[in-house]
Design a protein around this ligand. Structure first.
Ligand SMILES: [Zn+2]
Length: 348
């Protein structure tokens, strides 16, 4: 790496950042996965880190979203215990610290982790304990977003939603809808968004990650607070206008979009046009473990896509303003970020 590149990487690593869209099950270290599986006698397709990475990490060679999601089939069974969830949440904070992330909103679908004697609420509570310890040891603040899944039954989603309601304000900060948006439209889940709204629970929704703006349109009509990805929003002018008017942030994951084939290649990612349009763009890891990336890496890719350094600072501040956190905390973080960015500029 050239001197200039190394300096730039150092700058981007130290640049204060937040991660709004980070799947806990997509953030597990491979080494930890091996240990947790061994301890619970859960079979994995390989018994060492290098070989296991072929199954639990995807690369640019990944052909489809289905192949991408296959990695999770090896990870999720290992997370069905309080110890496992607590540990991966704790380690996520450690990884965030090394990545210049001051605040992370982790998310997962608790209904994927339930088993006999282990409820959705207990799964969420375990992750919250890990995040709390991580905050204490690494100084990384956090919130937990509860994912409902498009392919889950109404009973399962009700279970996740009820658990969210019980823990809202006690670490749980919002609701998300994830899963196959092609097969299951956002409309089918309108009730949950309306109910969340009536309880003042902030919401985000994976939508417009794949081609087409229909799911995005519904999400915006339902009054979501943020959109997961939303990178195909430029296909529909009315959605763009609605998002601009309401200032709805897009939680973008560049490498995620490229590897899942949401865009044909990273070089053709619409980040710059979205940014230029004035949309509230944020950068996030999505699945730091499965993708083998960190947020510093994503900021670097954004730079390569034509976003200037000042733009990256703006994107970081966009993230702070978009957090599902109390306004006073967000203002304080914004002040802190602005000061740190000025200092970093003065001593690159
Ligand atoms: Zn996601």
């Amino acid at each position: 790496m050239s001197e200039e590149n190394a300096g730039l990487d150092r700058y981007l690593r130290r640049l204060p950042k937040v991660d709004l869209h980070c799947h806990l099950d997509g953030a597990v270290r491979t080494r930890t996965l091996l240990e947790l599986a061994r301890r619970q006698n859960i079979p994995l397709p390989a018994d060492n880190e290098r070989d296991l990475n072929r199954f639990v990490q995807v690369t640019a060679a990944c052909r489809s979203l289905a192949e991408f999601l296959d990695a999770f089939n090896h990870i999720v069974p290992v997370l069905r215990s309080p110890e496992a969830l607590e540990r991966v949440a704790y380690e996520l904070c450690e990884d965030c610290r090394a990545d210049g992330i001051h605040y992370v909103e982790a998310r997962f679908a608790p209904m994927l982790c339930v088993k006999r004697g282990f409820s959705a609420e207990e799964a969420l509570s375990a992750a919250l304990r890990g995040l709390e310890k991580g905050k204490r040891d690494f100084g990384v603040q956090s919130g937990l977003i509860v994912c409902l899944l498009r392919n889950h039954s109404p009973e399962e989603n009700r279970g996740a939603f009820n658990a969210l309601c019980r823990l809202f304000g006690r670490g749980a900060v919002g609701m998300d809808l994830a899963g196959d948006e092609k097969q299951f439209s956002t409309k089918l889940f309108a009730d949950y968004f309306e109910e969340a709204k009536s309880k003042s629970i902030p919401t985000t929704c994976h939508a417009g990650e794949i081609e087409g703006a229909e799911n995005l349109k519904t999400a915006l009509e339902l009054g979501v607070d943020r959109i997961g990805h939303g990178i195909h929003i430029l296909q529909d002018e009315s959605c763009v206008n609605a998002a601009l008017k309401a200032g709805i942030p897009l939680e973008i994951g560049l490498t995620s979009n490229a590897y899942s084939k949401a865009v044909p290649s990273l070089a053709r990612h619409p980040l710059l046009p979205l940014f230029k349009k004035g949309l509230t763009v944020t950068l996030n890891t999505d699945d730091r473990g499965v993708l083998g990336i960190d947020l510093t890496h994503e900021y670097r890719r954004a730079l390569e896509l034509g976003i200037p350094v000042e733009g990256l600072q703006k994107i970081s501040i966009n993230g702070v303003r978009s957090l599902f956190a109390p306004p006073a905390l967000k203002s304080q973080l914004e002040r802190q970020f602005t000061q740190e960015m000025e200092k970093l500029y003065a001593s690159p």
